[in-house]
Design a protein around this ligand. Structure first.
Ligand SMILES: Cc1cc2nc3c(=O)[nH]c(=O)nc-3n(C[C@H](O)[C@H](O)[C@H](O)COP(=O)(O)OP(=O)(O)OC[C@H]3O[C@@H](n4cnc5c(N)ncnc54)[C@H](O)[C@@H]3O)c2cc1C
Ligand code: SF4
Length: 548
């Protein structure tokens, strides 16, 4: 099937690009055909964000959104709190001490999954073809390597590689330009970045793992529009991360915890840290008496300004978190994902109308270089490296706070210049011999839960008889290296309990329970030997997030 523009991923970046293309079609009276493919069972099924949405990009894309009755963005932020947590107490950071950029006034608490559902309806009404249940598993190339499209929707292959009765061959979707909007650690984007050397002049991308629960709480616990962020406990000073809690909609509380994936101790479990965090008095007071209604996890990009790769290659471009535009101290990336989608769409529209195809959309790179997205990321460029280098108290609170203020007041000067991130997150993991195991409390089943029970609240489902989508480059490494040297960290970093070392007839075996995978991509990022490669499973597989 031939299109002018093919978009991979129906998140905020992909859908904003699609809408912008059709707006230009209407404004200029010049046709453009656009298709969006999405691996989830429906649009929104794989979207996991906090989320407090900065409406800056949305105001540009759909200026009348506030007047629309069916718009799911209806909880303005009303109050906010920034806390440094100790084991039982907390110190509030004064709001007046925060630069305006870090405040949430004027933002909205949303379910980004529902925002994407709404954006997809809009895109379809404008003539975009939106296909959920379609995983793009490969790129289509010309002889000279130009990206010409993607293969989607191949289903019905058994685990052993045989074609089952349900087999349906994949479809080739060809586009004059292909925009990759797969989000953090996109599987095709990762290949393209490596193959075209898009990251050769930038710092390695950094990530965090965000684990989220959605709660429904009684009236007396609910403070619509309340936003709380914390750092500190339960993480130690040398481990980066922090929490969010957002009250929105009809008595919903989104609560979650991001652990920076450059942690050193392979015994650390981001999942258990999150469970422990909920027991803090500042948190439990809002959740007690409520009910957890959904669970999920997703990696978030954290490299920021100095890790943004080159955005274009022959035939396509990276938009949104496929490239990584999250502002880490704000924990916000949705507005930047949307805006980069819009900028790529404008460049692609002009190129198609000029009769071009398959070349580089350098106008998109130019637009980004002169955009408010780049400027926003530039002002906070040292927050993450300072945190990683000096720890939470000195790095994240003192030095980062000072550096962001300096940048804001001088429009971009920093005493630290542009700091480097150095190692990848996988390289940061240290041998277990340098650390002590961490003992985590047992779940109580009321406020804290075991992993597998929680995974059932992600409504994850995969066809079982299909090739493993979590592939080992070398099958011997889990037992030869990762268990003896790193104490088998995949057992702990995976938030869905996919990886296990099982005792079987006196022998240890590495087991992959792929059907539990919630597509967070952490294994692809954190595995110390970079031996686990995440591929797309059959379309429609994975979590089925309701209001995440
Ligand atoms: C825990 C957490 C909390 C966050 N909190 C906030 C917040 O409060 N505010 C904020 O502004 N930002 C927040 N962010 C960041 C924000 O969510 C991201 O910046 C944003 O989601 C990026 O949008 P995207 O469209 O690039 O990617 P995504 O939202 O990840 O969407 C990508 C889509 O592409 C699909 N896809 C991927 N690969 C394929 C493929 N090969 N074939 C077909 N489909 C594919 C996926 O299923 C998904 O639907 C948070 C992120 C996380 C993880
Ligand atoms: S298997 Fe990998 S991608 Fe899937 S949930 Fe576990 S860590 Fe995330």
């Amino acid at each position: 099937m031939e299109f002018d523009v093919v978009i991979v991923g129906a998140g905020p970046a992909g859908l904003s690009a699609a809408i912008r293309l059709k707006q230009l079609e209407a404004e200029r009276g010049q046709e453009i055909s656009v298709v969006v493919v999405e691996k989830g069972s429906e649009v929104g099924a794989h979207i996991l964000s906090g989320a407090v949405l900065d409406p800056r990009a949305l105001d540009e894309l759909l200026p009348d959104w506030r007047e629309e009755d069916d718009c799911p963005i209806d909880t303005p932020v009303t109050s906010e709190q920034f806390l440094y947590l100790g084991p039982s107490g907390s110190i509030p950071l004064p709001n007046f001490g925060l630069p305006k950029m870090l405040k949430n006034h004027g933002c909205y608490v949303v379910s980004m999954g529902n925002v994407c559902r709404w954006l997809a309806e809009k895109a379809e009404a404008m003539g975009v073809e939106v296909y959920p249940m379609m995983a793009a598993s490969r790129t289509v190339r010309s002889d000279d390597g130009t990206v010409q499209g993607v293969i989607v929707g191949e289903v019905g292959i058994g685990r052993d590689g045989r074609k089952k009765d349900t087999y349906e061959p994949g479809m080739e979707l060809r586009g004059k330009y292909v925009l990759f909007a797969e989000g953090a650690r996109g599987s095709l984007s990762k290949q393209l970045i490596a193959e075209f050397g898009l990251d050769k002049d930038v710092e390695p991308q950094k990530y965090g793992l965000g684990i989220k629960e959605l709660w429904k709480v009684p009236d007396e616990k609910f403070k619509k529009g309340f936003v709380q962020h914390t750092f500190g406990w339960p993480l130690k000073n040398d481990t980066g991360g922090g929490s969010w809690m957002y009250h929105f909609g009809d008595n919903y509380v989104s609560v979650g915890f991001v652990t920076h994936l450059n942690y050193k101790n392979p015994y650390l479990s981001p999942y258990e840290e999150f469970q422990r965090f909920k027991t803090h008095p500042e948190v439990r007071q809002y959740l007690e008496g409520g009910e957890r209604v959904a669970y999920g996890a997703r990696a978030i990009t954290e490299g920021g300004f100095q890790s943004v790769p080159k955005l274009t290659f022959p035939g396509g471009a990276l938009i949104g978190c496929s490239a990584g535009f999250v502002n880490v101290p704000r924990i916000k990336g949705n507005h930047n994902a949307m805006k980069t989608g819009m900028m790529a769409a404008e460049a692609a529209f002009e190129a198609v109308q000029a009769g071009r195809e398959g070349d580089e959309l350098l106008e998109y790179q130019d637009r980004y270089n002169n955009s408010w997205v780049r400027e926003e990321l530039r002002l906070v460029r040292n927050a993450k490296p300072l945190w990683s280098k000096f720890g939470t108290i000195l790095g994240a609170i003192a030095l980062s706070g000072f550096d962001i203020w300096t940048n804001v007041l001088t429009r971009g000067f920093s005493f630290f210049g542009v700091m480097k991130h150095g190692k990848t997150d996988a390289e940061c993991t240290e041998p277990a011999s340098k650390h002590k195991p961490i003992e985590y409390p047992k779940p109580d089943g009321v406020l804290t839960f075991d992993r597998l029970t929680n995974v059932s609240y992600s409504f994850t489902n995969h066809e079982e008889d299909q090739p493993l989508h979590l592939r080992l480059k070398d099958e011997t490494i889990p037992l030869k290296l990762e268990l003896p040297v790193y104490a088998g960290p995949s057992q702990r970093y995976c938030p869905a309990g996919v990886y296990e070392y099982v005792e079987d007839g006196g022998k240890t075996r590495f087991q992959i329970n792929a059907q539990n995978c919630v597509h967070c991509k952490t294994c692809d990022i954190k595995d110390p030997a970079q031996n686990i490669v995440w591929h797309t499973p059959e379309g429609g597989g994975g979590p089925n997030y309701p209001n995440m």
